[in-house]
Write a protein that binds this ligand. Structure first.
Ligand code: PRP
Length: 209
């Protein structure tokens, strides 16, 4: 069967992919302490997976949002080709708010959530900068021996050559989780739909419900 040019994804499908991933994370006993959503596409999956990661007697997992945009998407001129510089921060962690839950991010399990891993530029930037953030805290507090565990969850990983890498040990240890790997096609998410009823019908026809 040929792959359609556009892949339609319903809200139901997003919900179930989050549920499946949460079960997987809980089975591995790796419930995160903090969820970091990459806005805007990571927000809805982050909120849904939090419900499925809820455990009786435990507090809700705090969600922090970071905003990352690719230069090309912002239409800026003088684009610098260096990886990392292709991304700009439009929003960053609120460490003050996090400190209401924990003393720091050091030693915590941190789940980064986005909807799609396309060229991997955004995720590479996110993990690199978040690791730096923790290292800075470790140096400041002289707590260099504690291990902070980062994981990534995306709904879809596009099967294509990537422009940037993720840490090798993250992939090898199963801390990179893509609920589905899809061909390099246009992904139509429900939150972008102008006509959600038609969108849902199309996604059901493609089996994405
Ligand atoms: O793997 P990459 O090539 O880096 O692309 C993936 C990123 O692109 C999209 O963000 P976008 O900037 O379109 O913003 P949005 O999430 O607000 O839609 C998506 O949400 C990812 O964050």
């Amino acid at each position: 069967m040929s792959v359609p040019d556009k892949i339609y994804i319903s809200y139901n499908n997003v919900h179930k992919l989050c549920q499946k991933t949460a079960q997987h994370i809980l089975e591995k006993n790796e419930r995160p302490d903090i969820i970091i959503a990459i806005t805007g596409g990571g927000l809805i999956p982050a909120r849904i997976i939090r419900s499925f990661l809820k455990v009786k007697g435990e507090k809700n997992i705090p969600i922090q949002a970071i905003g990352l945009s690719l230069y090309e998407d912002l239409g800026l001129e003088n684009k610098v080709e260096t990886i990392g510089k292709e991304v700009i921060r439009t929003q960053w962690l609120d460490l003050g708010a996090l400190e209401k839950h924990f003393d720091s991010m050091i030693g915590k399990k941190i789940l980064i959530v986005d909807e799609v891993d396309d060229t991997r530029t955004t995720l590479h930037y996110a993990i690199t900068e978040l690791q730096k953030e923790v290292e800075d805290q470790q140096k400041k507090l002289n707590r260099l021996n504690e291990k902070t565990e980062f994981s990534i969850f995306v709904l879809h990983n596009k099967d294509k050559p990537k422009k940037a890498e993720l840490p090798k040990e993250m992939i090898e240890s199963g801390h990179y989780i893509a609920a589905v790997t899809v061909p390099d096609k246009w992904l139509c998410y429900p939150w972008e739909a102008q006509d959600i009823d038609e969108h849902t019908v199309l996604s059901v026809e493609q089996g994405n419900n």
